[in-house]
Design a protein around this ligand. Sequence first.
Ligand SMILES: NC(=O)c1ccc[n+]([C@@H]2O[C@H](COP(=O)([O-])OP(=O)(O)OC[C@H]3O[C@@H](n4cnc5c(N)ncnc54)[C@H](O)[C@@H]3O)[C@@H](O)[C@H]2O)c1
Length: 475
Amino acid sequence: MRVTVIGSGYVGLVTGACLSDLGFKVACLDKDEEKIRALQEGEVPIYEPGLKELLSRNRADGRIRFTNDACEAVEHGDILFIAVGTPPAEDGSADLGHVLSVAATIGRHLKGFKLVVNKSTVPVGTADKVRAAMSHELAQRGMSPDLFDVVSNPEFLKEGAAIDDFMRPDRIVVGVDEGLHHARSQRMMGDLYASFNRHHARTVWMDVRSAELTKYAANAMLAARISFMNEMANLADVLGADVDHIRRGIGADSRIGHSFLYAGCGYGGSCFPKDTQALVNTAKAHGHSMDLVSATEVVNERQKTVLVDRLTQRMGNDLSGRKIAIWGLAFKPNTDDMREAPSRVVIRQLLLRGAQVSAFDPVAGLQALQALRLDLVNEPQLMDRFELADTDMQALEGADALMVLTEWKNFHNPDFVTMKALMRKPFILDGRNLYNPEALSELGMAYQGVGRRNDLAQLMDFDRVADAQGAEESV
Ligand SMILES: NC(=O)c1ccc[n+]([C@@H]2O[C@H](COP(=O)([O-])OP(=O)(O)OC[C@H]3O[C@@H](n4cnc5c(N)ncnc54)[C@H](O)[C@@H]3O)[C@@H](O)[C@H]2O)c1
């Protein structure tokens, strides 16, 4: 069986690389000529640990290739994956433009039976639209509408651990509908994922609509856990409790579990924000409301500015003349993805208040620059006060505060003594709760986590430090 993956982004490339590593002959198609040229030359346009090695090994062994030629790509695969983006439209619904354009392209080039597998995250009913778009193209060419089947196979990988997630899935959700091709489609999907089902069955079979909705249910549930913990953290701050103790206390309950219970400065990325919005929108379109999911979004938006609020409580709204260091720009560690990253909101807020911002990220610097330029397209002069630092320590030079926004491993155990010496004010606003408030207090550093019971005590310590250093102003 041969496989074509249409859309060579985070999901498409990982899918293609992993399936080629399992022995399938894979062709990856993308409409972006520059991306395909780079891939053909052995470059990888995104940062994902292990992906470069996997692609280069399988490219060298002739199991994976990259093309812009839709006709050739459709011809190549027995299974055609759709893995293009489904960004939010103006009203928050999922924009199906890319998916339906791919469906039409497949329909235009189809000659014999193909199994179309939708891996993009799409609202319930999209498979019907894909079928309709393909049938329309086939009818134009006077061909039978029975030349294909459409199944749903949503992707659950996490950027930063994508290869491991794909190669060691908790489960594989496959939606196949009753109909002419049911048995054939189920057999093909079974064969495709046989390697993952050898030890025990991991594939969860269902109908297409349930599979489409399962993906949204999973992301909404995970996003809700984060927003729930953020609300708990904000309450803990008010009540003088420590959310990190609460996290451990509830995570130990096997009904709850430890995952996705970290409070912080909000979630971002290409999935949670757009998928929760799309889910709310789907419900609305059918006369329903998803109150819990809507609240999850509201809490998350508010959470992105929690650190800026803390900073302005101490320094006032006008941050002119202040230098704020930022560690971490990507929406999470081990990726260069800046989509909906909280850092974008934080940096804009700081620049609008007059601050100088010096930011460091181990891999996402250039992507961040592009994203910020887009965000500030109507206020381009603000970028004059933004700089990318070459190292984490360089970002701290003369800073009045450090905000930690992404929990990259390199930031877990920094040299606090050097940091204190480099900063004008030793004040850390820890948006990922990485550090130990007591240890920092002993070092004479002011610390503000999210829900860490350290607010007033630490800031009093900080004032004393500032006085002792003879600083002309205190935060
Ligand atoms: N990124 C993730 O972590 C993740 C995880 C699970 C599911 N998903 C879902 O998977 C889908 C893809 O996400 P992604 O992050 O890989 O997107 P992406 O933006 O990284 O990649 C999409 C690719 O599709 C290409 N493309 C668009 N239209 C095309 C067309 N007509 N023909 C050929 N190529 C075309 C684009 O050029 C781009 O390279 C989305 O629906 C997303 O919600 C993403």
